[in-house]
Design a protein around this ligand. Structure first.
Ligand SMILES: *Cc1c(COP(=O)(O)O)cnc(C)c1O
Length: 405
């Protein structure tokens, strides 16, 4: 077993060797510009791009004509939200989203507010879920877009996408979902789920960084977007710029593998995740699960440890790469906006750790991580006077603190 152990698969993933191998020819031998129409270098590149488009579409149940390549999910999110807002402004200027979304969605919505749009930020429940009833209650005659993520990147919670999609379709409102964490992990079908726009990113599914895609529904209804990048009119005019052919080929291959191996991989990740959780719970008390026990990504485990501070814990398990809910935006010491939106208290938010399990995680690694976490939490708690009081049976909520507690 090699150290350090990577358990941060929601942040990014290593490129699958099969993906890398598929990409390599497109850097040197087949380096053509997919927009070159007059020679075989261009034709070969275009063929590779169109093959990848099919592979991406197959993963999500769309058609290849509905796939727009972007530099990743952040760009796809900007294009979807700003593109709809601009295109449908005459119809209305109201957008619905949730407080637990990725910053790329939240900051794009904030940008719209500066331009005079109105945004409703739905508050998720304690498990980070948004219900279709909440969306229904927030819909207005001037609502032009609902944007709710499929799977949360911090706590792994899955939203009721089909219900929200069905509702939006009934009301004639465009529905966009950030499926960056969901595709290749849980079944996604833009037809059955009534999704109009969907983004995904290669580096979250064992493809390269800097490439992703936006699905844009072409019929029932046809969704139109105002381009956010002007230029040569690539990607049906929605995203100009010479295509990143090796990246696109890699994204396509990653989607193909993701589709073919989804069931087996989800099962494997879930088993490892559940093993990690049960080992930790068996040895440690005062552990809270952040997120939903059932509606959850198979490879995600987000736990808070009472009487422990997240940063100290991360330092205590320094040969295991995980994320903490307290240092998400590295410079600030603010706890994560996702945990805050779920009303996880400040202390528990600061003690939260996200374990991300993925394709290359082994049982041996999970056991090593479990041992390390158990040992580190015990050691930190031994130094905690609060833990000592709790062990003695003192109810900390009833303690009269001196000073500014
Ligand atoms: C990683 C991530 C993004 C951003 O994707 P990039 O391709 O890195 O820009 C957006 N949303 C979610 C849910 C993510 O996990």
């Amino acid at each position: 077993m090699k150290l350090p152990i990577y358990l941060d698969y929601q942040a990014t993933t290593p490129v699958d060797p099969r993906v890398l191998e598929t990409m390599l020819p497109y850097f040197h031998d087949q380096f053509g510009n997919a927009a070159s129409r007059s020679h075989s270098f261009g034709w070969k590149a275009e063929e590779a791009v169109e093959n990848a488009r099919e592979q991406v579409a197959a993963l999500i149940g769309g058609s290849s004509k509905e796939i727009i390549f972007t530099s990743g999910s952040t760009e796809a999110i900007n294009l979807a939200i700003k593109g709809v807002a601009e295109m449908y402004a005459s119809k209305g200027k109201h957008v619905i989203t949730s407080l637990a979304e990725h910053k790329a969605v939240l900051d794009t919505c904030k940008h719209l507010e500066k331009l005079g749009y109105e945004v409703t930020y739905l508050k998720p429940d304690r498990t980070a879920r948004i219900s279709s009833e909440q969306v229904r209650d927030a819909l207005r005659p001037d609502t032009i877009l609902v944007t709710v993520m499929w799977a949360n990147n911090e706590v792994g919670t899955l939203n009721p996408i089909r219900e929200i999609g069905t509702l939006c379709r009934e009301r004639g409102v465009i529905f966009f979902t950030d499926a960056t964490q969901a595709v290749a992990k849980v079944p996604v079908d833009v037809e059955a789920d009534h999704v109009d726009l969907l983004c995904l990113s290669a580096h979250k599914i064992y493809g390269p960084k800097g490439i992703g895609a936006l699905y844009v529904r072409r019929k029932n209804p046809r969704v139109r977007l105002a381009a956010q990048m002007d230029g040569g009119g690539h990607e049906r005019g929605m995203r100009s710029g010479t295509l990143n052919v090796p990246g696109i080929v890699g994204l396509g291959k990653a989607c193909e593998i993701g589709r073919l191996e989804l069931d087996a991989e989800s099962r494997r990740c879930r088993e490892l995740r559940d093993h990690l959780e049960s080992r930790i719970r068996k040895e440690l008390g005062h552990v809270e699960l952040n997120g939903h026990a059932e509606y959850r990504l198979p490879g995600n485990l987000n736990l808070s440890f009472h009487f422990v501070e997240g940063e100290s814990l991360i330092m205590g398990i320094s040969d295991i790469a995980v994320s903490s809910g307290s240092a998400c935006t590295s410079a600030s010491l603010e706890p994560s906006h996702v945990l805050r939106s779920m009303d996880v208290g400040e202390d528990l938010a600061h003690s939260s750790i996200r374990f991300g399990i993925g394709r290359f995680t082994t049982r041996e690694e999970v056991d090593y991580a479990a041992d390390a976490v158990i040992k580190a939490v015990r050691r930190l708690r031994e130094m905690s006077p609060l833990f000592e009081l709790a062990q003695e049976g003192v109810d900390l909520k009833t303690v009269q603190w001196q000073g500014n507690h």
